[in-house]
Design a protein around this ligand. Structure first.
Ligand code: NAP
Length: 270
């Protein structure tokens, strides 16, 4: 079995990477960057987003796992002092050919321009914002107009991304076993003239959402940590990616709701 390590670049993450290489060698795993079976991210959830985008064309055979060298992560859920245990469990499951993994849904976006359709994937979310003016866009669900949006922007997140930007927008936290995407507004304008739904909405996997921005608008589009400015967009379709999921290697149980509690509530409750 082949593995690679992606790290955040800070001293602690680099030291941990060296330690992991030493530990995993005894189990016969081969270090390979081009086409690994397991990718270990050392840093934070942001580091895992980088790892995901580096390998998003190989999702069918790669399982990700992560050590967090900052606060507890949702994707990076191993602590630095557990590196020996992680190497042992990874090494043993690789040797027994028993790599267990959970699969989480992704959001796919299809960007239509005069040149054609570009398809992209996001692990956390995709956002659309105005650059130099309020975003004005029509939002259609399943080919029917829902509303004309005016405001800062629109965020469309995956279940595992629901604890990230979406949460700051008042979106619901969604268990990643649900094949759904969530649409959350970013500071919509609501008054007697302009009206939006105002509530986050969840779409099941057989639904889609199309956003039609006003023609020639300067738009800032983000896919996780990646940003691009565009003025050529005719429409963007978002949906649960069909047949494509991200795999996270599970060497021990760590339920999603326990991660939510540890990350946002903590243990020192009265
Ligand atoms: P960043 O601005 O440096 O960090 C954003 C924060 O979001 C970090 O603390 C990161 O955790 C955390 N995070 C990432 N994915 C998460 C998840 N699935 N659940 C809970 N927390 C998560 O940017 P970055 O590290 O490159 O990450 C890009 C992400 O930032 C975007 O995908 C978006 O979700 C998030 N973001 C949030 C806001 C907001 O909440 N207002 C605004 C813009 C972007 P680590 O510290 O463990 O890396």
């Amino acid at each position: 079995m082949k593995y690679n390590v992606i790290h955040r670049g800070d001293d602690i993450s680099i030291q941990l990477m060296h330690r992991f290489h030493e530990l995993i060698r005894q189990y016969g795993l081969i270090h390979e960057e081009a086409s690994p079976d397991i990718v270990l991210s050392i840093g934070g959830d942001g580091t895992l987003l980088h790892a995901f985008h580096q390998y998003k064309d190989q999702l069918d055979h790669i399982a990700f796992t992560g050590i967090h060298t900052g606060r507890l992560g949702f994707y990076a859920d191993w602590k630095p002092d557990e590196v020996e245990l992680l190497a042992q469990l990874m090494g043993e499951s690789a040797n027994q050919n028993d790599l267990r993994a959970v699969k989480y849904p992704l959001v796919e976006i299809q960007i239509t321009t005069a040149q054609g359709i570009e398809t992209e994937l996001a692990l956390n979310e995709f956002t659309l914002k105005g650059v130099d003016a309020t975003l004005v866009a029509q939002l259609h669900i399943n080919d029917e107009l829902l509303e004309t949006f005016r405001g800062d922007g629109i965020c469309i997140s995956t279940p595992s991304g629901s604890t990230a930007y979406n949460k700051s927008l008042g979106g619901a936290i969604v268990h990643p076993s649900l094949d759904a995407i969530q649409i959350a507004e970013i500071a919509s304008i609501n008054n007697r003239v302009f009206r939006t739904l105002g509530s986050p909405i969840l779409l099941p996997k057989h639904h889609h959402c199309d956003i039609y921005p006003r023609a020639n608008q300067n738009i800032l589009l983000s896919l996780d940590h990646l940003y691009m400015q565009r003025n050529d967009i005719i429409s963007i379709r978002s949906l649960v990616a069909a047949g494509k999921k991200v795999k996270f290697a599970r060497f021990r149980p760590f339920p999603f709701w326990s991660r939510v509690r540890e990350a946002f509530i903590g243990y020192d409750m009265v």
